[in-house]
Design a protein around this ligand. Structure first.
Ligand code: PMV
Length: 347
């Protein structure tokens, strides 16, 4: 191919898991299946500029975040390139400039790895197309998700929306460990426009990274039960998503969130990523739910921040509660209003 240079841009969202991925095998293969809501507002926008180079001995790239050169991001991307070179053989023949920005505040404690790695994977897919490789639509997204997985596991669930399953499980037809697939069954309209208000309890760097956490699931005393539970929870989620039963939904996702953190607390070495304010918020949510009967629930990522989930038609009362009662527990009063979204877009 004679294409010498070019430029592509993608925006890709973050996602929030309902059934959590925690524990992986080699090559970023998950130990258990997971399912997530794709988000809408928390996104990474990445522009990839590429130009042909003379030698092809090594990867050549520079990374910029908000216009500032970021050499500390390079090792992670170097590893990513090493893992995906087999599937994108042009990588060493081009020089890349990766310019990236997030719509959510930098170091908000929100992991940008899912949105960032999926945006970069999609840019690389577009480069491959510009170099003359044709992909059918469906294959383009599957391969993008496959590549994103090799950057950061959960990133494979950010390419499309609005509910994505990753990991092979009997409960979900067509599910695979290799990439995320759209949830294939009927979903009740209660889940349409579902809201996620993210309370930023702690914006600092986590004390224990996800990759260290995943590795601590090796030899974990409860690992096998936990992996089986994730399969069972996907099976249980099916009738909930179909019927729109929000009580059962709440019970399932809150249990998943606390189980994720229970795995951290029962690892060896053990660790705790929740902060006192995480628990304050959870208790307030439980109290408010008891009092009002509204469908407010929470989930957690591998961090202290709380994702508050609720249906759109209960937004006004719940948002008022969040502003009046929960925002005091956020660092500098920061929170982000998001909702379920439909995946990445080329710009
Ligand atoms: O994609 P990773 O390796 O950063 O792992 C993320 C794991 C959780 O966010 C805790 C759960 C999940 O399924 O997203």
């Amino acid at each position: 191919n004679t294409t010498e240079s070019g430029k592509v841009t993608w925006e890709s969202p973050s996602n929030i898991a309902l059934v959590k991925y925690w524990g992986k095998k080699k090559d970023q293969i998950p130990e258990n299946p997971s399912i997530s809501f794709t988000l809408n507002n928390c996104k990474t926008i990445t522009t990839l500029t590429f130009s042909k180079k003379e030698n092809s001995s090594d990867f050549e790239f520079d990374v910029f975040l908000d216009g500032e050169k970021k050499d500390d991001f390079k090792p992670k991307i170097q590893t990513f390139f090493e893992r995906i070179e087999l599937y994108l053989p042009f990588l060493k023949h081009y020089k890349f400039k990766i310019e990236t920005k997030n719509t959510f505040p930098h170091s908000s404690g929100i992991a940008s790895s899912a949105s960032g790695m999926s945006a970069l994977a999609l840019c690389l897919m577009s480069v491959e197309e510009e170099l003359g490789v044709d992909h059918l639509d469906d294959y383009f997204y599957k391969k993008a998700s496959f590549l994103a997985r090799l950057g950061s596991g959960s990133a494979c669930r950010s390419i499309e929306g609005d509910l994505i399953v990753w990991g092979q499980t009997e409960a979900i037809e067509g599910s695979t460990e290799l990439f995320g697939v759209k949830y294939p069954y009927k979903v009740h309209e209660n889940f349409k426009d579902y809201q996620d208000t993210i309370l930023l309890v702690d914006k600092g760097e986590k004390q224990v990274s996800s990759s260290v956490g995943h590795n601590l699931m090796y030899n974990h005393p409860y690992a096998n039960n936990r992996f089986q539970q994730a399969h069972d929870n996907l099976e249980k989620l099916k009738p909930i998503l179909e019927s729109g039963n929000l009580n059962d939904f709440t019970a399932l996702i809150e249990s998943e969130a606390l189980t994720l953190h229970a795995m951290m607390m029962t690892s060896m070495p053990y660790f705790i990523l929740m902060k006192p304010n995480t628990l304050e918020i959870i208790n307030k949510i439980w109290g408010f739910r008891e009092e009002t009967g509204l469908n407010i629930s929470f989930t957690l990522d591998a961090g202290a921040n709380v994702h508050v989930l609720y249906p759109k038609n209960e937004s006004s009362e719940i948002l008022e509660f969040i502003k009046n009662e929960l925002v005091v527990y956020c660092q500098n009063g920061h929170y982000i209003c998001d909702q379920i979204g439909f995946g990445a877009k080329q710009l």
